[in-house]
Write a protein that binds this ligand. Structure first.
Ligand code: F6P
Length: 343
């Protein structure tokens, strides 16, 4: 029997529900099925630069499936980005040196767009890398969905349901700002699941005069409250908080009573939904399988109902935005939901 393979796992970028389920999926498959050794790297790429590691045993991987956040910690360090005054970053070299010093045969990088980009650059530098896409934003190109998204949609939908109560009792317009960075996935899905009347996403240009008109017409029809779901990334000339901007403008243009709620980081917290636990487990197990086969330079992905992989070189750093002809948008429009544009 040869020396067991030794793999490293890190999580980078914003945390989200399901990272621990993915760590468990990789780790348990690697240890139980393939007899590998697994090293956890703390705080994203910064742990590789600073050699902060922990040996992950089967025992340490037990009991983490349902935990939010990441047991490894995370950071937004981008090792290829130059610091002020530097001509070139020396971190990739340090990472390469430490990867070999740790005796790694492979490295799994769990993260969003930025992380997949870094993973593809490290693969180009000759390291054996596998990417696992995670983010509440669901904006990673090359996969149907990322884990974290379903949990965030649950949280945002539940909040919208609760805000309906006050909207109804007080006859108010409730504006709810959700996360999503430059993509509108969370707003679209939670807006539709929560019965939003107006949903504003970055991918569709909105007109606030038109939104005001839609809300006034609802009011004239006797619908005396409305729910407006706003993605944080919508075009916002004042570069302010998007929800506050929209709420203020609507109030001015309609004279209706308007209140605004920003859901913020609550969308990234807590236990992952069953869907995200399963997705993260599938991704993790598939990553371990690829490593065992010696297939590197891929990001694991879901295509239809199949667990698969795409070359990191293709996926790394590319955004998946909501197409303006997305089925949910078309269906919503036919039911009277406004997306803020004059159709
Ligand atoms: O990518 C996840 C996300 O929560 C985005 O929705 C949001 O724009 C961003 O991270 C917030 O970043 P930070 O954690 O650095 O404040």
């Amino acid at each position: 029997m040869g020396k067991p393979m030794r793999i490293g796992i890190l999580s980078a970028g914003g945390d989200c529900p399901g990272i621990n389920a993915a760590i468990r999926g990789i780790g348990k498959t690697a240890i139980v099925n393939y007899g590998m050794e697994v090293v956890g790297i703390s705080n994203g790429f910064s742990g590789l630069v600073n050699m902060e590691t922990v040996q992950l045993t089967e025992n340490l991987l037990s009991g983490i499936l349902t935990l939010g956040g990441t047991i490894l910690g995370t950071s937004r360090m981008k090792p290829f980005r130059k610091e002020d005054g530097d001509t070139v970053s020396d971190k990739p070299l340090v990472i390469k040196k430490n990867y070999h010093a740790l005796g790694l045969d492979g490295l799994v990088c769990i993260g969003g767009n930025g992380t997949q980009k870094t993973a593809s650059l490290l693969a180009k530098e000759g390291l054996n890398v596998i990417g696992i896409p995670k983010t509440i934003d669901n904006d990673v190109w090359g996969t149907d969905t990322t884990f974290g998204f379903d949990s965030a949609v649950w949280i945002a939908t539940e909040a919208i349901d609760r805000l309906h109560t006050t909207a109804n009792s007080h006859k108010r317009v409730m504006v709810i700002e959700v996360m999503g960075h430059t993509a509108g996935w969370i707003a679209l899905y939670s807006g539709m699941a929560g019965g939003g009347d107006v949903i504003l996403i970055p991918e569709i240009e909105y007109d606030l005069d038109h939104v005001a008109d839609v809300l006034m017409k609802r009011s004239q029809k006797g619908k005396d409250y409305s729910i407006v779901v706003v993605a944080e990334g919508i075009e916002n000339p004042k570069n302010k908080n998007a929800g506050a901007f929209v709420a203020k403008k609507i109030m001015k243009k309609t004279n209706l009573e308007v209140r605004e709620t920003v859901l913020g980081y609550t969308q990234r917290g807590g236990s992952p939904s069953p869907f995200d636990r399963i997705l993260a487990t599938r991704y993790g197990a598939h990553a371990a399988e690829l490593i065992n086969q010696g297939r590197f330079g891929y990001m694991v992905a879901i295509n239809g109902n199949n667990t698969t992989e795409v070359p990191l070189e293709e996926a790394g750093g590319k955004l998946k935005l909501v197409p303006s002809n997305h089925e949910l948008i078309e269906r919503g429009r036919r039911m009277g939901v406004s997306f803020g544009d004059v159709e």
